[in-house]
Design a protein around this ligand. Sequence first.
Ligand code: COA
Length: 322
Amino acid sequence: MAVKVIGTGSALPEKIVTNDDLAMIMDTSDEWIKERTGISKRRLSTGETVADLATAACERALEKAGKTAEEVELLIVATCTPEQLLPCVACQIQDRIAAKNAVAFDLNAACGGFLFALNTAYAYMSAGFYKTAVVVGAEVLSKIMDWEDRSTCVLFGDGAGAVVLEKREGIDGILGFVQQSDGAKGHVLSCGSRAVNNPYCKQEPLYPYVIMDGREVFQFAVRQVPACINQVLENLDMTIEDVDLFLLHQANARIIETIARRYKLPIDKFPMNISEYGNMSSACIPVLMDQLNREGELKEGMKLVLSGFGAGLTFGACTMIW
Ligand code: COA
């Protein structure tokens, strides 16, 4: 009995914003952004909401999997940028696609969110609660960027990706997970929401945009991602050479290149789409997975490692047989 990804889907806003476009509205350049991050362009919402993008990604994944919305028993959305606090994005999707038999809820582990949501679904399914699930990573990060802060706003993009999971006899699928959190380092990547404001207490409003110590985050990523990958492989008696492809969180091409160099592996084992889309937080891994799936790059039996990291701090890795 295994839990397997049987379908993928993604959805992106239509608006493409290049580095040169940004250079027209702030003091930056294509050269600086490309050299430091590998990003050339990103998609930004011109009105598409997290629920819009997540719903479209979900529908495409279900279509690819050959499943109907009614067959979905569990629907988890990883997001840190919902437009509405209530109801959660997963319940909005449930309503829009009429997934009336699904238990639906959101999970926020920032850029680590998709992996955390995938692990949550896997745990529920392994424990026998559900047989069919959809896991979505969806963000409209552009609304939590300070567009006066060139050191953060150029890095991020908007988008959504989804996978359909099925638990079945006689298949290969997810092999294992490693998940970790380090709340003591939460300050290196943060964003405020609402302060306490009631008849008995009025706190100062919180700063509602992303604040990041880029160098700290960079160092954390190049240390923790390999540590998680090593751990998940060791748990399964696998080695780095057993892995066909590494689908890593697309935060910075230099982070991914550093990790590939440390492992002395060719960079083409680390597919990237950051140049096109920037960092879409929880949407990065499922969008990349959908792209590779639709391009026929994921062949049955391939061994994949997924690894993500982000605010929290949260980080983790997963191995699966495609
Ligand atoms: N355009 C032009 N110049 C910029 C700029 C921009 N968009 N943003 C910052 N700069 C300037 C800075 O002001 C600084 O100028 P100064 O030296 O005159 O003070 C200079 O570029 C260097 O900035 P620095 O912060 O040292 O650059 P860096 O090499 O550390 O790269 C990041 C910055 C953010 C690209 C890099 O640290 C990074 O990618 N970190 C990881 C972030 C991440 O992955 N976050 C998401 C995690 S999920």
